[in-house]
Ligand binder design. Sequence first.
Ligand SMILES: Cc1cc2nc3c(=O)[nH]c(=O)nc-3n(C[C@H](O)[C@H](O)[C@H](O)COP(=O)(O)OP(=O)(O)OC[C@H]3O[C@@H](n4cnc5c(N)ncnc54)[C@H](O)[C@@H]3O)c2cc1C
Length: 373
Amino acid sequence: MRFDTVIIGGGLAGLVAGISLQQAGRSTAIVSTGQNALHFFSGSFESMEEVPERLATLFAGAGVRLHYNPGVRLMPLGTFREATLSLEDVSLLPEPGFADKALILSVPGYLDFFTAFLAEGLEKQGIQCRVSTFDLPESARKGLAEMRSVQLARVLDRNWESVVRQVRLLLRDEDAVILPQVFGLQDPAVPERIRQEIPARVVFVGTMPPSVPGIRTQLLLKRRYEVLGGTYLGGDEALEARVEDGVVRSVRTHNLDAHALEASHFILATGGFFSKGLRSNPFRVWEPVFGVDVECAEDRNAWYNDEFYGDQPYMQYGVRTDAALHALSDGRPLENLYAVGSVLGGTRPEFGSGAGLAVRSAFAAVDQILECL
Ligand SMILES: Cc1cc2nc3c(=O)[nH]c(=O)nc-3n(C[C@H](O)[C@H](O)[C@H](O)COP(=O)(O)OP(=O)(O)OC[C@H]3O[C@@H](n4cnc5c(N)ncnc54)[C@H](O)[C@@H]3O)c2cc1C
């Protein structure tokens, strides 16, 4: 199978690259083993304080709504963090003391939303809190295999009006209602509808993973990529590459067996240690598909900071590239292989970190591929 570009990894970086190239008329394939960082996403994009026009257009085309208001967001353990560019259902607040009284609500038996921590954090800001629950319709509760965020969201997307009715009955004189982020998995409009129907400020707060807004974003981006004609090879793993004279010729995958993926360009978007884009053992750190160079301290004792909560040096490790993001092999650039996203670790601080790194580096690789005829 031959494509203009083969992308290894279908997380944020791989999907942004794939959608951009398809929009520009290039034929692409994305091969991705499965779970990625979006499944754990907080809903806020690190190192992106404002919406770059290009990202806003790409996301709008996929139906992913973004917003940014200067201020703070309420975190799952009741702390506050500065606001950054976020998915629309993430509530960005003007200041930590954003209300006088708050009603914090969860579902009976749901353990992945920490109402007591939230109450403690809000009370530190002078917000008086009351904790209560809203229930699911009996038929929906019976059908739940597991009480996890995604299962709840599947049910609540169909039953959000029942939640609104219950919240209205529970509400006394509170000016804010805190709800878990378990709405809008299939239908991104649900959180906004809930906000409009409740006569108080509604604040959606993240739950333990999986992340409902993150999974929705991944599904929408993947759908957009496929609508644009991209070939998404989900559940497959790139195993090894054929490289000749500094040029990648093809990649072999687990499912396609003898049918290697050939292309003029390749993008390595396999993520960091978390997604197995980087691997390690007690002696070395390596990139498993192309075997390209990895920035890493030689002395293993320098990989870790003994202080558990301190910055950990290994989190900065990543694939070495030249200025144009070509991955280096034995110090020499592979001219048609670009490394993007968190597989770069902290080797390219000019692209930022987190989602900012994923998006900016993906666009940078795309621009260079589009310059080649
Ligand atoms: C748990 C977690 C939570 C995070 N939360 C946030 C957040 O809230 N905000 C933020 O800004 N940043 C967050 N980050 C940083 C995050 O890394 C970036 O935001 C971004 O989503 C990374 O995207 P990526 O595409 O580079 O990598 P990933 O999302 O890791 O995607 C890489 C993909 O490549 C696939 N893959 C790996 N090896 C192969 C192979 N050999 N063959 C085929 N496929 C392969 C993986 O299965 C995965 O699907 C988080 C990171 C982690 C680990």
